[in-house]
Ligand binder design. Structure first.
Ligand SMILES: [Zn+2]
Length: 159
């Protein structure tokens, strides 16, 4: 599958995931319609994460997906360095190196990776807020990226 096809499947996957994700967000906002409306940016972020997820498996090959994901990671890492979050910057840098030594359609193209790689989206909010509040631990972001990632694995298999 080409980059464009993976992204299109990623977008399609988000449209399937939109209703369950919206239900989760309104649940986390105690079913308040006004507060759900206030969380529009969470749905936009989920959309972006779903598409990024659909690109991630092809980091193990020279691909347009890799160029796009690294083009996002480099400024994020730079900002972390400039604001002296060296530990976070180092962790991102470390994990960004790994795909370069993996075999194409190896580890990154496994369902385990689909659930493991987006895990920081669940864990980072715990570090930021210092508490485990399951309504606030980034479930929607995690789900969006996992689903995007899985859409890549499923569509690769159909070739
Ligand atoms: Zn692939």
């Amino acid at each position: 599958m080409t980059y464009g096809q993976h992204v299109r499947w990623g977008i399609f996957t988000y449209f399937l995931a939109f209703i369950p994700i919206t239900i989760w967000i309104s649940y986390s906002q105690n079913w308040s319609a006004i507060r759900l409306w206030d969380r529009w940016w969470e749905m936009v972020l989920c959309f972006i994460l779903c598409i990024i997820g659909s690109m991630m498996p092809d980091l193990d090959i020279k691909s347009k997906s890799k160029t796009v994901v690294y083009s996002l990671l480099i400024p994020i890492d730079l900002v972390l360095i400039l604001f002296m979050y060296y530990r976070a910057a180092a962790i991102i840098g470390f994990f960004a190196l790994i795909p370069n030594v993996l075999k194409h359609r190896g580890m990154l193209h496994s369902p385990v990776a689909a659930f493991l790689i987006p895990a920081p989206l669940l864990i980072i909010p715990i570090f930021l807020t210092g508490k485990v509040d399951y309504k606030q631990i980034g479930v929607s972001y995690y789900a969006a990226m996992v689903l995007g990632y899985l859409s890549h694995l499923i569509t690769d298999r159909k070739e």
